[in-house]
Design a protein around this ligand. Sequence first.
Ligand code: KDO
Length: 336
Amino acid sequence: MTIKFTRRAAMSVLAATSILVSASGAAFAADKVTLRMATSGSETDQRSVAMAEVFAPMVADFVDYQPSYNGTIFAQGTELDAISRGNLEMSITSAQELAQFFPEFSIFTAGYVHQDAAHQVAVFNDPLMDAFKATVENDLGVKLLSVMYLGRRQVNLRQPKDELTVSTPADLAGVNLRMPGTDAWQFLGKALGAAPTPMSFSEVYTALSTGAVDGQDNPLPTVVDAKFYEVTKQIVLTSHLVDLNYIAIGKGVWDSMTEEQQAKVQEAADAAAESGRQKQLQKEEELVSFLKEQGLEVYEPDLAAFRDQVQSMYLESEFAGSWPEGVLEKINALGN
Ligand code: KDO
């Protein structure tokens, strides 16, 4: 499913709802602030765990934290629109979802740009992000609080290695690879050399088990958490995207809080992001041996071949045309 939002649609929704949101702000002050948080991730995903076990307790004296998981209340990709309309307060969003509204966010969705978790944090906290954050706040009514580490995305296939060994992007030709349903994701699948199929996260396990798709891409902790290893045979360690998410909160509910409460929410979001990041990094380290024990073949392809193809396809794409002048160079300079 591909959902198309535009900046103009977002702004008109924001204008229509801002009165409602600020009017209801008074109610928050008297009682606890309700923060409904929606994610397509599971309850056991490290980002969800960090929000429930680190964020929520740190703000418990004035926040009623109400999480919902697995895209059950808001389907994957609809959360930002819901926040903008005042129907939801928080989500764990992605640069790919933001790129639906603001094409310049596709710079953070491009393969082989972010180098590692520390690089993501450096980029998020650098002044280069100020204009990105301000646009999301002003045009969509959403504040990006902190950056979360999802991990290095790897190609995970149903076929065993003796039937399909992936060394270069050419080996993925014709492989029906599930990618999430936005243009930025689909392009990444093409850049890897595969034939991408859009599908929401909640449908992936079944699609892999029935053979509706040949594979999917996600970081190892997600492959394990979602049990994709039960229905796949190999993992190609392409590390094509050091993937991130943002902790997002509605500007309406943010503005309804006192400065002291805002500072506590910010501190709690940063602490949750840091805790989730450390746990996710540790899992990435440990899970190769777990996956091998489950019978999967896990191996590295020709990484230079993947990097060269993916980077050159991005630079020649219309995505690169939306990247603000000089930002790619600044991102690269913050890396190793
Ligand atoms: C996915 O759909 O493959 C993806 O990994 C995309 C991410 O941006 C994020 O939405 C994630 O799913 C969900 O949180 C489930 O882990």
